[in-house]
Ligand binder design. Sequence first.
Ligand SMILES: *[C@@H]1O[C@H](CO)[C@@H](O)[C@H](O)[C@H]1NC(C)=O
Ligand SMILES: *[C@@H]1O[C@H](CO)[C@@H](O)[C@H](O)[C@H]1NC(C)=O
Ligand SMILES: *[C@@H]1O[C@H](CO)[C@@H](O)[C@H](O)[C@H]1NC(C)=O
Ligand SMILES: *[C@@H]1O[C@H](CO)[C@@H](O)[C@H](O)[C@H]1NC(C)=O
Ligand SMILES: *[C@@H]1O[C@H](CO)[C@@H](O)[C@H](O)[C@H]1NC(C)=O
Ligand SMILES: *[C@@H]1O[C@H](CO)[C@@H](O)[C@H](O)[C@H]1NC(C)=O
Ligand SMILES: *[C@@H]1O[C@H](CO)[C@@H](O)[C@H](O)[C@H]1NC(C)=O
Ligand SMILES: *[C@@H]1O[C@H](CO)[C@@H](O)[C@H](O)[C@H]1NC(C)=O
Ligand SMILES: *[C@@H]1O[C@H](CO)[C@@H](O)[C@H](O)[C@H]1NC(C)=O
Ligand SMILES: *[C@@H]1O[C@H](CO)[C@@H](O)[C@H](O)[C@H]1NC(C)=O
Ligand SMILES: *[C@@H]1O[C@H](CO)[C@@H](O)[C@H](O)[C@H]1NC(C)=O
Ligand SMILES: CC(=O)N[C@H]1CO[C@H](CO)[C@@H](O)[C@@H]1O
Length: 281
Amino acid sequence: MDNIRRLMFAVVMAIAYMAMGTEAQNSTMAPNSNATIANVTTASNVTTASNVTTASNVTTASNGPTAPVVNTTVTALTVNITNKECGKTQLCAAKPENCDPAVAGSCFFVSAQQSSGQTFFFQLRGVSSGYIAVGLSTDSTQGGNDTTYVCANNNSNVKFFTALLDKGVLTINNTLPVDSVKGSVNGQIIQCTFSATVPKATVTRSTDTSFYLFIANGTFSNVTGTLGSPNTVLFSDKAVDLANPNTTVSNSLNAAPSSSHANGLSQALLSLLGVLGMMML
Ligand SMILES: *[C@@H]1O[C@H](CO)[C@@H](O)[C@H](O)[C@H]1NC(C)=O
Ligand SMILES: *[C@@H]1O[C@H](CO)[C@@H](O)[C@H](O)[C@H]1NC(C)=O
Ligand SMILES: *[C@@H]1O[C@H](CO)[C@@H](O)[C@H](O)[C@H]1NC(C)=O
Ligand SMILES: *[C@@H]1O[C@H](CO)[C@@H](O)[C@H](O)[C@H]1NC(C)=O
Ligand SMILES: *[C@@H]1O[C@H](CO)[C@@H](O)[C@H](O)[C@H]1NC(C)=O
Ligand SMILES: *[C@@H]1O[C@H](CO)[C@@H](O)[C@H](O)[C@H]1NC(C)=O
Ligand SMILES: *[C@@H]1O[C@H](CO)[C@@H](O)[C@H](O)[C@H]1NC(C)=O
Ligand SMILES: *[C@@H]1O[C@H](CO)[C@@H](O)[C@H](O)[C@H]1NC(C)=O
Ligand SMILES: *[C@@H]1O[C@H](CO)[C@@H](O)[C@H](O)[C@H]1NC(C)=O
Ligand SMILES: *[C@@H]1O[C@H](CO)[C@@H](O)[C@H](O)[C@H]1NC(C)=O
Ligand SMILES: *[C@@H]1O[C@H](CO)[C@@H](O)[C@H](O)[C@H]1NC(C)=O
Ligand SMILES: CC(=O)N[C@H]1CO[C@H](CO)[C@@H](O)[C@@H]1O
């Protein structure tokens, strides 16, 4: 009898262990695995669109519905960014939560307002001696070439970059579609606004405009023009639809530092295991 109980316990252990493994490795993909497969096929239609870009005929291209503009020239931002439109026309995220970007002090703030389709008006404000950045990740892990918009303090003027974040390194790209960039530097406070056409998130998410949002800062060399590794100050705890101003963005970094995304469930499973074990002995 005892042996049977022990055997059962071992089996439960093994199953739970396997479940935990799966959960830890595939936790981010699992809820959307369906959408991923279903919509990757649709993406093959994008090939048709590439014909527009390749067209040597500039006149026809600019007449097309999507002529991506790349203009990273920065003009002066003469106002302070505010949170007045948060929850109305703009989705906002901040650290500390709900801090006011218009007053002096340590407040990291980003807002996004849909202009049309994948095009959004962004406002970014933060504290850094180097740069501040807002990034869009299609999964819950930073990296994998996440689209990142960077505003750097270059001798008290804003220098703007588009970059891709992979493995903790920001690689300057500067070919991602953005325009109307404005910026200001006031001591350590950097502010910038811009219009960007964000990539479609559909490959991994159920809506094209839904991303894990992050804010970071880091060092910038005014000599080499290079960006230091990002220090993340905010990472949304879930994918948020940039087109929905009503979304509240919670900062996953405010949670206990040790708990990664998968840990919560694993711990629940462990407790269950403990209870099961005690029942059997
Ligand atoms: C996780 O998903 C990947 C790809 O979908 C798959 O190859 C891998 O076997 C999965 N891992 C586990 C532990 O289920
Ligand atoms: C998979 O997709 C089908 C059809 O779109 C849907 O009915 C089903 O609930 C989805 N399953 C998961 C796990 O998302
Ligand atoms: C592309 O999309 C159009 C309509 O949007 C559809 O009729 C066509 O079959 C699609 N082509 C492919 C290769 O998916
Ligand atoms: C691109 O356009 C050219 C000229 O209109 C056409 O011949 C070609 O088939 C197109 N290619 C694709 C992949 O649609
Ligand atoms: C550009 O477009 C015009 C008008 O559509 C056409 O007449 C011309 O041949 C095109 N030029 C090239 C190089 O494709
Ligand atoms: C912007 O805010 C700063 C304080 O952070 C203040 O000194 C400055 O006067 C404000 N500028 C405008 C245009 O309101
Ligand atoms: C980034 O922000 C943190 C937190 O406010 C600050 O301690 C750090 O000095 C900033 N980094 C740079 C390069 O200024
Ligand atoms: C990121 O982009 C670089 C350059 O395009 C490429 O070499 C690398 O494989 C990409 N990484 C991922 C994870 O897609
Ligand atoms: C910029 O990123 C795009 C999209 O990932 C990529 O296709 C392109 O090669 C990159 N350009 C540079 C200069 O890194
Ligand atoms: C780029 O933007 C600046 C400032 O908004 C503007 O003055 C300039 O004309 C733009 N350049 C092009 C090529 O559109
Ligand atoms: C870089 O910044 C330092 C400190 O503000 C300044 O002294 C130096 O002249 C700047 N160098 C360049 C190349 O702008
Ligand atoms: C399964 C799934 O998420 N399908 C979506 C694929 O994308 C189209 C259009 O973007 C959506 O309508 C589907 O719901």
